[in-house]
Design a binder for this molecule. Structure first.
Ligand code: ADP
Ligand code: NI
Length: 206
């Protein structure tokens, strides 16, 4: 199979499998990560086939997925061998998925340029306008409130502070850093507006 056909086959497979996923790991997320990763690869030596395959498959083993959707490492490996991908590409793709998804919630830095690109693309999708929407969707999907006045309670807004605001300093690529800086500004102004509305600042008579 040529690479284009393999990519199409993998895309169809993931689309079917994640189509009804309700927590922010849906097909549209995968499609955005693939496209963003492709753009981050421009003017680099990255192997685009490896980048796109890893982007397509990166969320399949996510622990947040429903058990009927989630895949094990062996299942993904079997899927890849069924597509008769070269051994070397297969192990590069698996290594990326392994680092981003299996090993410690995406906190470790992939050692390949391709992995760093996919990780950046995935992180970019967690910030900016889309990232804000995803945080609220995810919160809703697990019954978490938008925000909470209880110190210990999880919420979408709390997730901004625990994770999203930190992502810009964790980016790997120059293009990723530049885009993350822009999206970070949006997170900050969004939070400012959010708190201001909650406090009713705009409505106060002075
Ligand atoms: P991915 O691997 O696609 O980057 P995650 O599995 O970390 O993403 O999370 C999926 C989406 O849900 C992301 O947009 C993330 O910000 C959001 N999310 C994850 N955990 C929480 C949480 N505790 N509260 C709110 N949003 C969350
Ligand atoms: Ni993802």
């Amino acid at each position: 199979m040529n690479e284009e056909i393999v990519l199409e086959t993998a895309a169809e497979f993931v689309k079917k499998r994640l189509g009804n996923e309700g927590s922010g790991h849906d097909w549209l997320h995968i499609d955005r990560v693939r496209r963003t990763a492709r753009m981050l690869s421009v003017r680099t030596d990255a192997n685009l086939f490896v980048v796109e395959m890893a982007a397509l498959l990166h969320d399949l083993p996510d622990r947040k997925l429903r058990t009927d959707i989630k895949m094990t490492k062996t299942e993904i490996e079997d899927f890849l061998s069924g597509l008769s991908i070269k051994k070397e590409a297969c192990s590069s793709i698996m290594h990326i998925i392994d680092t981003i998804s299996f090993n410690g919630s995406g906190a470790s830095r992939p050692d390949s340029l391709e992995g760093q690109i996919v990780q950046d693309a995935d992180r970019l999708d967690a910030i900016g306008a889309v990232g804000i929407a995803r945080a609220f969707i995810y919160s809703g999907s697990i019954g978490q409130p938008m925000y909470s006045i209880k110190e210990e309670e999880g919420s979408a807004i709390r997730h901004f502070h625990e994770k999203l605001l930190k992502l810009k300093d964790l980016m790997n690529t120059e293009a990723g850093k530049a885009e993350a800086a822009k999206r970070h500004l949006l997170l900050e102004s969004y939070l400012k507006a959010f708190y201001s509305e909650i406090e009713g600042e705009g409505l106060q008579n002075d």
